[in-house]
Write a protein of this length. Structure first.
Length: 347
């Protein structure tokens, strides 16, 4: 559907470096990365706002590298809405249709349909200055979708909204995508949005695409220390691995672990905090890794509690607050931590 081949663009402070990516038709694709990673430049180049210094962009097999933005059949929504203050909601939604010289009667029908889909029919006669942030973003999305684009680009569309409004709009975006099937590319720095919406994600850093995969693949099987750190793998070690009989024996910082990742030699090791179980008693389990240690730190994060257990090296364990309280865990308490070989990712 969308194919980006070796695209580079240097804007000084921000740049793309040899970006190659393929996004399938109907896919909801997330581009994730820290501020300055090149996420917005990438989608603005797809939209035609910038012409690549090198490389090509294809849409349905056709080279659109030099195609004018208005002729690409690509719509874009920015985080700051960019609504026309002098137009009503209906006027804003129908703007793109008027630019395409669609008949007034058809514009009215299409505007009413998309307003109904997004639950903003009651706002059609209002002006943007009277709307909340969530309402403005719904109008911006409606204006982009009503033209029936082949590709919908969303540049951090939820970043300026409160948490409850963000949750509601995530649900709206998922529903719109399910109904329309429009290929969607969504830029964000939010892991929550990536998991809630993404079929696949690409993580960017320094203008480069570092890893592409399903959210679960990237979060549980990072391919570099940057990715592991970025996605919140707090248990990150360096060690040596030897493969024996379809299992890897890994030694790191004086402790030995078993991994189902079959990689030999010097390795990085990542274990997600939520993949580690904790118990005050040694229990019978099929998990291959078990260590005894002392709780040295407790981090209360609201609904989640992160517990640091020193077993010779510190491991961070994620627990629900209810589990933490039920087990009566405190600093100084000795516990067992257990995790499966499949939880030990090597790269």
């Amino acid at each position: 559907m969308i194919r980006i081949e070796n695209v580079s663009k240097d804007l000084g402070e921000f740049k793309l470096n040899d970006a190659t990516l393929q996004i399938d038709e109907g896919e909801y694709f997330i581009i994730l990365g820290p501020t300055g990673a090149g996420k917005t430049i990438l989608i603005e180049t797809i939209a035609g706002i910038y012409r690549p210094d090198h490389g090509k962009i294809f849409l349905n097999g056709a080279d659109i590298t030099d195609t004018l933005p208005k002729n690409r059949q690509i719509s874009m929504v920015y985080q700051d809405y960019m609504l026309f203050p002098h137009l009503t909601v209906a006027g804003n939604i129908g703007f793109g249709l008027r630019q395409k010289k669609i008949a007034k009667s058809e514009i009215t029908v299409k505007t009413d349909e998309i307003a109904e889909l997004l639950g903003v029919s009651h706002l059609l006669s209002r002006y943007p200055g009277t709307l909340s942030g969530g309402e403005k973003q719904r109008i911006a999305i409606a204006r982009a979708v009503v033209t029936e684009p082949k590709v919908l680009l969303l540049d951090e569309p939820l970043s300026a909204l409160d948490s409850r409004t963000t949750e509601r709009l995530q649900e709206e975006l998922a529903r719109i995508h399910e109904i329309t099937g429009t290929t969607t590319i969504h830029v964000t720095h939010s892991f929550g949005e990536a998991f809630a919406l993404g079929d696949r994600i690409a993580v960017m850093c320094g203008g480069r695409i570092i890893q592409v995969g399903t959210p679960d693949d990237v979060f549980r099987r990072p391919n570099s220390e940057f990715i592991a750190d970025f996605v919140g793998v707090e248990n990150l070690f360096r060690g040596k691995s030897v493969v024996h009989d379809d299992i890897a024996l890994v030694r790191a910082d004086g402790i030995s672990m078993v991994s189902s990742s079959l990689k030999s030699g010097d390795v990085s090791i990542s274990i997600r905090p939520e993949d580690i179980l904790v118990s005050k008693k040694e229990t019978e389990t099929s998990a291959r890794n078990s260590f005894y240690g002392e709780i040295t730190e407790v981090k209360n994060m609201g609904t989640i509690v992160r517990v640091v257990v020193d077993v010779g090296v510190p491991f961070v364990v994620a627990l629900t607050k209810q589990s933490y309280e039920d087990m009566e865990l405190l600093c100084g308490v000795h516990v067992w931590i257990v995790f499966k070989a499949s939880a030990v990712h090597l790269f």
